[in-house]
Ligand binder design. Structure first.
Ligand SMILES: Cc1cc2nc3c(=O)[nH]c(=O)nc-3n(C[C@H](O)[C@H](O)[C@H](O)COP(=O)(O)O)c2cc1C
Length: 182
């Protein structure tokens, strides 16, 4: 199994990285190959609507640092996304990744799995962290990732104070998620 973890926060040692990093450590201890990418290691842009991926190319034609993250998705069996909530939504780095991942759809308006350039049957774990204990239901993209081929999905939302004060509970939760999704 090939696992990929994408850290989207600018804080490399922040909350989302701490929880997702724990999941990666557990996976590595189970001898799983894990590739980790921090979106803040490079420079990149969102989709520029050039439509090349729908007309002349099989991949996103923008050659920047996000290209090397997108290119590992076809081989990824389990994708982990580490997402801090920003303004009741997601940060702009993550949104750039989502926008550029639309290049995996052959056409703009097809829901058919045959029209997706990624193999089916992938798994997705979303680690969402936030300040508020009223958990944001930020799952607008669950259906989007299902279309992309991530048929099995697990969302874990946790607030900052639980990460700071109840870390042993978080560890138990993450161990449970690994058992469920590995
Ligand atoms: C620009 C910005 C906007 C934020 N907006 C929210 C928000 O709407 N709701 C919330 O609960 N937390 C919000 N937060 C707090 C972060 O989601 C929270 O501290 C998160 O755990 C940070 O993760 P990180 O340490 O991985 O960056 C915001 C933080 C920043 C920097």
């Amino acid at each position: 199994m090939k696992m990929t973890c994408i850290y989207t926060s600018p804080r490399k040692h922040g909350n989302s990285a701490r929880v997702a990093g724990l999941l990666c450590s557990i996976a590595k201890a189970d001898h799983i190959s894990v590739s980790e990418y921090s979106l803040h290691d490079g420079s990149y842009m969102g989709c520029v609507s050039c439509n090349a991926c729908k007309q002349t190319a099989e991949i996103c034609v923008i050659q920047d640092d996000l290209a090397r993250v997108l290119e590992v998705l076809p081989q990824t069996d389990l994708l982990v996304l580490a997402l801090p909530v920003y303004c009741a939504g997601f940060n702009s780095s993550f949104m750039a990744f989502v926008e550029r991942s639309t290049s995996f759809f052959k056409y703009e308006d097809s829901d058919s799995p045959e029209d997706v350039r990624l193999p089916r049957g992938k798994r997705l774990i979303v680690i969402q962290t936030q300040a508020s204990s009223v958990l944001e239901e930020n799952f607008f993209f669950a259906e989007y990732f299902t279309h992309l081929g991530f048929e099995s999905q697990r969302f874990y939302c946790i607030d900052d104070s639980r990460i700071a004060c109840q870390w042993s509970d978080v560890e138990k939760d993450v161990q449970g998620i690994w058992k469920e999704m590995a």
